[in-house]
Design a protein around this ligand. Sequence first.
Ligand SMILES: [Zn+2]
Ligand SMILES: [Zn+2]
Length: 253
Amino acid sequence: MDVTVLGCWAPYPRAGGACSGYLLRDRETLVLLEAGNGSFSRLAAAVDFRALSAVVVSHFHLDHCADLFCLRHALKGARRDGSRAEPLTLFVPQEPRGEFERLAGDNEAFTVRTIESLPRKGDRRVAIAGSLEIEFLPTRHSSPGYGVAVSGSARGCFVYSGDTAYFPELARHWAGAGLLLCEATGLARDSAQLKAVHLTSVQAGELARASGAARLVLTHFWPEYDPAVLAAEAADAFGGPVLAAREGETYSI
Ligand SMILES: [Zn+2]
Ligand SMILES: [Zn+2]
């Protein structure tokens, strides 16, 4: 499985950059994970959007979902000109209701599935998209949301944190990650400002170590920060090398 970073900034991008967007590729399966502002252009540069198998949006903050509305226009055009036969399956939380209903009322571009309606697997919900099994891991954030644990044809598991505050169960949720892509919205000194809705770099490193992650890549960077500084703080807590996500970079599991 390959994970390509389309955008890694939050809640606004650096000049020429994009907010959250990750392309998962496993054999013929292509899943767009997050559709933050600017990510659709990057997606279109990487692959034909008509070939997507599914889209997953972790929560309804705009740095994760704004470009769903670009993708919706593109898909409607593709349906009309016959270049895509089916609506695209979109997995989203059912709350906030108003945000959900902006997408759910229209079946031409998307087949919208609420994460809460998916089959249970223990305390998780689970979906299949092509060769990928996607498990949804509840987060604690200012909008209802999820991280994901994704298994494909490779032996390792890819885990993505979504946006979340620290809570100890995250280490259990993320156990066994071959690659953990974890938000690190601020430095250790910012923990009060993050208001218990995001992780610091040190918390990301500590959770990665506690979960036994093989590799840690940080993402969801405040654009005024140097990601290398965040990665250095996380590396001390993790006890090993940590990468800062870079747009256009692909990480293999
Ligand atoms: Zn958020
Ligand atoms: Zn965010």
